[in-house]
Design a binder for this molecule. Structure first.
Ligand SMILES: [Zn+2]
Ligand SMILES: [Zn+2]
Length: 262
C-alpha cells in the first residue's frame, strides 16, 4: 500500500475531534442528550468498516492501482496533461462518479437498503459522516476498484481526493451553528451544512436532492440542488427506523435486511 495511505484516516480523526469540540460549544440543535452513546454507535460502525476495508478491499485497490500505473492504462493516461492538471481532472472525475453513485443509492432499491443506515440517524452530527453500513462501504470499494483502471487514476490521486473529501463531509454533517455568511461562501464551491442537512430531511421531496459529495456544482448541473428558503431547522431521520432497536449497533447492521413499508 502507498506510504501515505494513513492520510485520510488521520485527517478524519483530527477533523472529528475539532468538530466534536465545536458541537459542544456552538451547537445548531442544542437539545441533544446521550451524545456519547450516539457517537459510540456511529464510530463502532466506522471502526468495523476500517477493519473490513483493510482486510478485503485495500489490498485489491492497491494492486489494481499499481497495475494501472505500470501500464499507463485508462482515460487520463491517454491525454498528456501536466501532472497538476491531471490530478485536478482526476479529483473532478472521482467526485462526479460518486455524485452519480449517491443518486443510484437512492434510486435502486438494493442499494437504498444499505444507504438508509446513513439516513436513519435522527440526531445528525459529525459522527453521522462515518455511519455507513459495511455493505455500502464494500460496494463503493468495488466502484473504486473499477474506476481506477477505467479512468487511469493513481493511488496518490485517490488519497488526495479522500483527504479533501473527508473533512468536507465531516463538516457538512456536523451539528455546529455556522454563520449563514460562512455557509453561503462555502456552498458556492463545496457541499455546506445547509445543503447537506436538506438531503437528510424526513420529507422525501427534500431527500431526493443535494447528492453531491465534495463539490456542490454537480447538483446544480444535474438539476438536483435545493435549499430551504425559510431557514427552518431540518427534521432528520427515517420514521420506520426511529425506534431504539434500529439505533443500536445490531439494528444498524441488520437494517438492510429488514422489510419495511416505506
Ligand atoms: Zn443519501
Ligand atoms: Zn449524509
Amino acid at each position: 500500500m502507498n506510504d501515505h495511505a494513513y492520510l485520510p484516516t488521520l485527517v478524519t480523526a483530527c477533523g472529528l475531534i475539532l468538530l466534536l469540540t465545536l458541537e459542544s460549544w456552538l451547537p445548531a440543535a442544542d437539545n441533544r442528550r446521550r451524545r456519547l452513546r450516539h457517537a459510540t454507535r456511529n464510530l463502532t460502525l466506522w471502526l468495523l468498516n476500517l477493519f473490513v476495508v483493510a482486510l478485503l478491499a485495500a489490498p485489491f485497490i492497491a494492486n489494481v492501482a499499481g497495475w494501472t500505473e505500470e501500464r499507463r492504462f485508462g482515460l487520463l493516461n491517454l491525454m498528456s496533461l501536466p501532472p497538476v492538471i491531471t490530478t485536478l481532472v482526476a479529483i473532478l472525475l472521482i467526485d462526479c462518479l460518486l455524485y452519480l453513485m449517491h443518486r443510484a443509492n437512492h434510486k435502486i432499491g438494493f442499494l437504498w437498503r444499505f444507504h438508509r443506515v446513513h439516513h436513519s440517524d435522527a440526531e445528525m452530527d459529525a459522527t453521522t459522516a462515518m455511519r455507513f453500513h459495511t455493505g455500502e462501504i464494500l460496494i463503493s470499494s468495488a466502484l473504486r476498484f473499477a474506476m481506477i483502471p477505467l479512468l487511469g487514476i493513481t493511488l496518490w490521486q485517490l488519497l488526495v481526493y479522500e483527504s479533501l473529501m473527508l473533512p468536507v463531509i465531516l463538516f457538512h454533517h456536523s451539528n455546529v451553528n455556522f454563520p449563514e455568511k460562512l455557509d453561503r461562501w462555502m456552498r458556492a464551491l463545496v457541499v455546506s451544512p445547509a445543503v447537506h442537512r436538506v438531503h437528510h430531511s424526513r420529507a422525501q421531496v427534500e431527500t431526493d436532492s443535494n447528492y453531491s459529495i465534495l463539490f456542490s456544482f454537480w447538483d446544480r448541473i444535474g438539476g438536483t440542488f435545493q435549499l430551504r428558503k425559510d431557514g427552518r431547522p431540518v427534521d432528520f431521520g427515517l420514521a420506520e427506523f426511529d425506534s431504539e432497536e434500529w439505533q443500536r449497533v445490531s439494528g444498524l447492521l441488520t437494517t438492510p435486511f429488514q422489510i419495511v413499508n416505506s
